[in-house]
Design a protein around this ligand. Structure first.
Ligand code: C5P
Length: 208
């Protein structure tokens, strides 16, 4: 049997810092990185444009290519697209197609792969599974700074917090591949940790 390349799965809630941490780990180890959330986001926008089917999807440098059209990263980052993505992510057909692409990616070259169902469904056989979360209010504040806000008011925080909570609830309660702590995953609460501290914790645990 072909042995599994090094695959590090990083799952977690929205705004937990998992994308920044995942990218950093891939950079330090010099291995590929795949953000699976961006795929669900791209399919959500594709459907919003009135297009139904796709025959080809791949993550490219500046975004996601679907049927030869590049949907740019900057159109995919907003919380509104995140919400749309979590709605279409309930569809078992869409999940199956994206999970197939993600699994093939992991098996062919390995790397750091982040999402909601990576250690539970996409590549459950990896030894390196992590689950990152943080207190909801902290995730809301991080999310706003990530989206470019310079200052945040209490009102902004509660609005974003509500959106994040709705999204997490939908992701955790869906029937197919819900957001869950994968069996055997190391859980990290990043609420009071810096990015570098989370990265170091993960690097210490990786089994090469
Ligand atoms: O990670 P990100 O916030 O970009 O993901 C957007 C949405 O895509 C999530 O809220 C979730 O509903 C969906 N998603 C998923 N499975 C993944 C990655 C993302 O269902 N592996």
């Amino acid at each position: 049997m072909k042995s599994l390349p090094l695959v590090i799965s990083i799952d977690g809630t929205s705004g937990s810092g998992k994308s920044t941490v995942s990218k950093r780990i891939a950079e330090i180890l010099g291995i590929p990185y795949l953000n699976t959330g961006i795929m669900y986001r791209a399919v959500a926008l594709w459907k919003k444009m009135g297009k139904d089917n796709f025959t080809y999807l791949s993550v490219v440098d500046d975004g996601v290519m679907i049927n030869g059209n590049v949907i740019s990263k900057k159109d995919l980052v907003g919380e509104d697209v995140g919400n749309l993505a979590s709605v279409i992510a309930q569809d078992p057909e869409i999940r199956k197609r994206l999970v197939d692409i993600q699994r093939r990616w992991a098996l062919s070259k390995g790397g750091v792969i982040e999402g909601r169902d990576i250690g539970s469904v996409v590549i459950p056989e990896t030894e390196n599974k992590f689950f990152i979360t943080a207190l909801p209010k902290i995730r809301a504040i991080r999310r706003m700074f990530q989206l470019g806000k310079k200052y945040v008011s209490e009102e902004d925080i509660s609005k974003t917090l509500k959106e994040i909570e709705i999204r997490d609830k939908r992701d955790s309660n869906r029937t197919v591949s819900p957001l869950t702590i994968p069996k055997g995953a190391i859980v990290i609460d990043s609420s009071f940790l810096s990015i570098e501290e989370v990265v170091d914790l993960i690097l210490e645990e990786i089994v090469l």
